[in-house]
Structure formats: C-alpha cells, structure tokens
Design a protein around this ligand. Structure first.
Ligand code: IMP
Length: 197
C-alpha cells in the first residue's frame, strides 16, 4: 500500500520509511506526487495540526496521508513555545536566534523542566484516522552545548544521558527522542490497523 507523507523534508521521509518498511508500506513525499497544498497550522495542539495536514494531503492525493507536528514545551513558560516552536520570536530569527531567545526568556526561571512532543496523524480516504504520540522529557540547558542536530538541540538537555540532543549521535537521539518514540508508536498502530483489514 502506498502512503503519502505531508512534508517537503527528505530527512523525515527516510525516518518514516525506515520504520514502516517492515510493514510492506511504501511512503512518498507529497512533492513527488505534485501536491503543493499549504495548510495553515492553526490548531491548538500538535495532534490537531498533524491531523489538519494529513487531512488536506489525503484529500488532495486520494491516498492515505501521514503528517507529524512537533514542538518544545517549557514548564516555566506555561508550555510555550508549544505549537509556536518553529516560529518562536517571529519570522526574522534562525535556529540559533530562537534558542538564544529561549535562554533569555528563562532568566530567573524557578524550573528548567521542559519536554519535546510529537504527534503523528494518518488519515485514510475512507475517513479512518490513526494518531500516535511521543514525548521526551528534559531541561533547558544554561548555555548551548554540542554541534550536531538542528533547531533547539543545543539547549535541550537530557538529564539521564547528561548530554544535550546536539551532543548525541543520530542513533542515540532517535532512541530517546520524541520523534523516534512517536514513529515507533505509529508503526505499531498502523501494523494493527493493516492486520485488521
Ligand atoms: P516540526 O513540526 O517537526 O517541523 O517541528 C517544529 C519545530 O520544533 C522545528 O522547527 C524545530 O524548531 C523544533 N523541533 C522539533 N523537533 C526538534 C528536535 O528534535 N530538536 C530540536 N528542535 C526540534
């Protein structure tokens, strides 16, 4: 069965393919099918945003569609940046600008607890829907550490490993990350769904 991934990111396609390969499922990027729908991510939760994207791409392609949405939730900031993680601080900032803004906003915070969250949604043309979640708990580091990764990786510290995400190999990160956990949970619910067909 062929699934379309509501993303332009080849890295996300590789990750998705790697976990779904065992199910005999083929995953293609929406761009490969010439689909360019722009979805306004105006949901209030990661699951809502993932579902909005999956629904739009399913409708445009006529194929089952998979979408994900992730972000960082910081306790001392009442869960911010949350669904605004990608656009924290506005359009003008790059990854480093965003995590430096976060460090500034954490000055004097009573707790540095935070977590990354991912929701994956899959919508089928007949209306069936699947959802999976992943979460990784950590703390906001006091200063950036590590060179690898992207986004907020240099300031997301995993106490159990005593390293930031940016100090982990891709394999180490995948084993504990919100996205890795959501992908594995999604593979499990999709397997159950396909076995029931
Ligand atoms: P997306 O929904 O996967 O595009 O993630 C939204 C935003 O959250 C990204 O633009 C990143 O800034 C941030 N983010 C998500 N996952 C990670 C991660 O594993 N490390 C660092 N930043 C992340």
């Amino acid at each position: 069965m062929r699934f379309v991934l509501a993303s332009r990111n080849p890295g996300k396609l590789r990750e998705m393919q790697a976990v779904l390969q065992a199910l005999g499922v083929e995953v293609v990027l929406q761009s490969r099918l010439g689909i360019s729908v722009e979805v306004e991510e105006n949901g209030t939760t990661f699951a809502e945003n993932a579902r909005l994207k999956a629904q739009a791409v399913c409708a445009a392609s006529g194929l089952p569609a998979i979408a994900d949405d992730s972000g960082l939730c910081v306790d001392a900031l009442n869960g911010a940046p949350g669904v605004y993680t990608a656009r924290y601080g506005g359009e003008g900032l790059d990854d480093e600008g965003r995590y430096r803004l976060l460090l500034n906003n954490m000055r004097g915070a009573g707790t540095r607890a935070c977590h990354f969250e991912t929701a994956i949604s899959c919508v089928f043309p007949d209306g069936r829907e699947l959802t999976a979640h992943g979460r990784c708990d950590g703390t906001v580091a006091y200063a950036p550490m590590g060179e690898d990764g992207f986004g907020y990786d240099p300031v997301f510290f995993v106490p159990r490993l005593k390293k930031t995400f940016a100090q982990l190999t891709p394999e180490e990160k995948n084993a504990v990350s919100h996205r890795g956990q959501a992908l594995r949970a999604f593979a499990q619910v999709l397997r159950e769904e396909l076995e029931g067909e």
